[in-house]
Design a protein around this ligand. Structure first.
Ligand SMILES: NC(=O)c1ccc[n+]([C@@H]2O[C@H](COP(=O)([O-])OP(=O)(O)OC[C@H]3O[C@@H](n4cnc5c(N)ncnc54)[C@H](OP(=O)(O)O)[C@@H]3O)[C@@H](O)[C@H]2O)c1
Length: 252
């Protein structure tokens, strides 16, 4: 079987690490480039690399908010010899931030929104633009954005006044992804955003409904019957859509 190579941002811990682990377990042909801001302190990721081997997991220094560093990371990856035919099959834009200040929308200042946009939108834009040439060479041609129910205007967060800055950043991510899906349709891409569940991670101080293991296992991202691979099953028919981890469609 030919190989399938993912790039996952924010893979040092929590969901990003969980996706890396799950994908690597899904088949020997799967290979992962795990982006981490500080590879030296990403101990669990290093343990995973030891387990699966350096030929299947490459740890890449990648701070999504630093456009120059993102550009450098492409060069590093290209010269590392890890990629087959210089290609990536799938990008999972997972790195994200959420600062819960509990402020009402009328009390939010622009800098709070900007702080969220830096990572949750501009970071995704930096990585996507820089890695697009490698993704165009791949056969998978998939780009996933880890969005949130908070980015769904038609969902519960469109009905309350909570987490405004974070919600705005995920709505922006959704529109960016939808626009990208239209641009890349002619090239055969599948660009999809999904809500990963309310997951007990560092982001919410462990207050979620699901463990990372459950969220990653349940993340079928399609109503099709489960397969071993959580991301491979979505195809071109789903280009430009918004999903929930359990296979339900999300309202925009
Ligand atoms: N947990 C939930 O319930 C939930 C719900 C909906 C959506 N989400 C989304 O799911 C994604 C993952 O969330 P999580 O719960 O796993 O969050 P988390 O526990 O806070 O982990 C965030 C990850 O993103 C990385 N990161 C943050 N800023 C970065 C940057 N500038 N460059 C590179 N990496 C960066 C962190 O790296 P470091 O280790 O270097 O800090 C870490 O690996 C996010 O996009 C989040 O918005 C989560």
């Amino acid at each position: 079987m030919s190989t399938f190579t993912y790039l996952i941002t924010g893979a040092s811990r929590s969901l990003g690490l969980g996706y890396a682990r799950q994908l690597l377990e899904s088949g020997e042909h799967v290979r992962v480039v795990a982006g981490a801001r500080n590879p030296d302190s990403a101990e669990d990721l290093r343990k995973l690399q030891k387990k699966v081997g350096e030929d299947r997991l490459y740890i890449l220094k990648l701070d999504v908010t630093d456009a120059a560093q993102v550009t450098e990371s492409v060069k590093e990856l290209e010269s590392s010899g890890f990629l087959r035919d210089g290609a990536l099959d799938c990008l999972i834009n997972n790195a994200g931030v959420a600062q819960s200040t509990g402020k009402l929308p009328s009390d939010i200042v622009p800098d709070e929104v900007l702080d969220h946009l830096q990572t949750n939108l501009f970071g995704v834009m930096n990585v996507t633009s820089s890695y697009l040439p490698l993704l165009k060479k791949g056969k998978g041609k998939q780009i996933f954005g880890v969005s949130s129910t908070c980015g769904s205007i038609g969902g519960p967060f469109g009905e309350n006044s909570m987490a405004t800055a974070y919600c705005i950043s995920k709505v922006a991510l959704n529109m960016y992804s939808r626009k990208l899906s239209r641009e890349l349709e002619k090239d055969g891409f599948t660009v999809v955003v999904f809500h990963p569940g309310y997951v007990k991670t560092d982001m919410n101080d462990g207050k979620g409904d699901l463990t990372t293991e459950e969220a990653v296992r349940l993340a079928q991202v399609s109503s099709a019957p489960p397969t071993d691979n959580i991301f491979l099953k979505l195809g071109k028919d789903e280009n430009g859509s918004f999903w929930r981890y359990d296979g339900e469609r999300m309202p925009w």
